[in-house]
Design a protein around this ligand. Sequence first.
Ligand SMILES: [Zn+2]
Length: 139
Amino acid sequence: MSYKLPVPHPGTHTRPFWEGTKEGKLMLPKCGDCNRVHWYPRHICPFCHSDNISWVEGSGEGTIYSYAVQHLAFGPWAEEAPYVTAYVDLKEGDRMLTVLRGVDPEKPEDIAIGAKVAVEFEAASDDVHIPFWRVVEGD
Ligand SMILES: [Zn+2]
């Protein structure tokens, strides 16, 4: 493997998410009581406190809510700087933090709030594939 960035360790309550990423699916936790998708995975719904959580396959589509250019980073991420992080509004609801791809960190003025993004997955190890989001359309 050539992946040099930190690799997450899937826990029991995030395992459905990580199993999905290996199949190219963005699995999202959804509350069976209020029917809202939430991110990140939790044992109880952050909106209504129900523990009736199941997993649904997301569309992998979203829009940029906000972004920031990271000029300083630590550890393995230091070699990646500058790079762009963003909050993505998921089509299904709630918001996901990501490293944004398909953008030039030297030209942040070209990054549009509301631009459409799509998820993609990178194999960090045999067991962990990490989702990143890429701009697919201007605004
Ligand atoms: Zn709920």
